[in-house]
Design a protein around this ligand. Structure first.
Ligand SMILES: Nc1ncnc2c1ncn2[C@@H]1O[C@H](COP(=O)(O)OP(=O)(O)OP(=O)(O)O)[C@@H](O)[C@H]1O
Length: 226
């Protein structure tokens, strides 16, 4: 479904990615891992055309999307939940969900069933939600676009444990429903049991790719330890 091969990305003169390769097949949940600053967010920004890659290929469902504008990439069927959960602060929860809606299996009712808190707070302005509720809203909004591939960047970062559990429960449900997902998260204990595959980045390069079961302590210590 998504094939990223050998991409290189720069912020002005400074190179952040030196050869990132990763794939997500239909129905797969792939974890993009690596220590802080290794290039996970930049990889996601490159896929979505927000910080375009200068070299390499990015194909989505056999279409070359590397040079497409960000809005066309979103239209092609990719949904992003960015780091820092951006919602429209002065729109209600329901308006936030409806404004991105595109036809498909995910409807307002289904999203509100996935996150009952969003239904309870549907008339509330997004800016008055707690951080965790805003994160649920960000995920709900991405689902409302009915993406064939959903990308979550640190969806549980900095949230209270009870909210993190709610979000992981939703992510597990997405997995059961066969939603193709690319996931960045530091919580190995949550991510490893559900990921089909892991891709590890080190200094802007893909250095390891395989099934979670193959991720032994040597690989963990080398690439994921602090
Ligand atoms: N806007 C920017 N301008 C210049 N350099 C940047 C910018 N954003 C990120 N970088 C650099 O690119 C490299 C990769 O950063 P990136 O944010 O992609 O890493 P990450 O793996 O997502 O880290 P984290 O887990 O901390 O979010 C880092 O060296 C970082 O300093």
């Amino acid at each position: 479904m998504l094939k990223v091969a050998d991409i290189e990305t720069f912020y002005g003169p400074s190179q952040a990615l030196f050869g990132v390769t990763l794939e997500v097949a239909a129905g797969e949940m792939v974890a993009l891992m690596g220590r802080n600053g290794m290039g996970k967010t930049t990889t996601i920004r490159s896929i979505f055309g927000l910080t375009p890659a200068s070299r390499g290929t990015i194909e989505f469902e056999s279409q070359n999307i590397r040079r497409l504008a960000a809005y066309r990439i979103a239209k092609a069927g990719l949904g992003l939940v960015p780091e820092g959960r951006r919602c429209f602060p002065n729109l209600s929860v329901r308006e936030n969900l409806l404004v991105t809606a595109r036809p498909g299996g995910w409807t307002l009712e289904k999203v509100e069933t996935l996150f009952p808190r969003l239904e309870e707070r549907r008339a509330q302005m997004a800016k008055t939600l707690s951080g965790g509720e805003q994160q649920m809203l960000a995920i709900g909004r991405a689902l409302m676009t009915n993406p064939r591939l959903l990308v979550l960047d640190e969806a549980t970062e900095g949230l209270a444990p009870v909210i993190r559990q709610e979000i992981w429960r939703a992510i597990r449900l997405l997995k059961e429903q066969g939603q193709a997902t690319l996931l960045v998260d530091k919580s190995l204990s949550e991510i490893l049991p559900i990921a089909d595959r892991c891709t590890i980045l080190e200094k802007g390069c893909t250095v390891w790719d395989g099934k979670p079961a193959a991720l032994d302590s040597t690989v963990r210590d080398r690439y994921l330890g602090v």
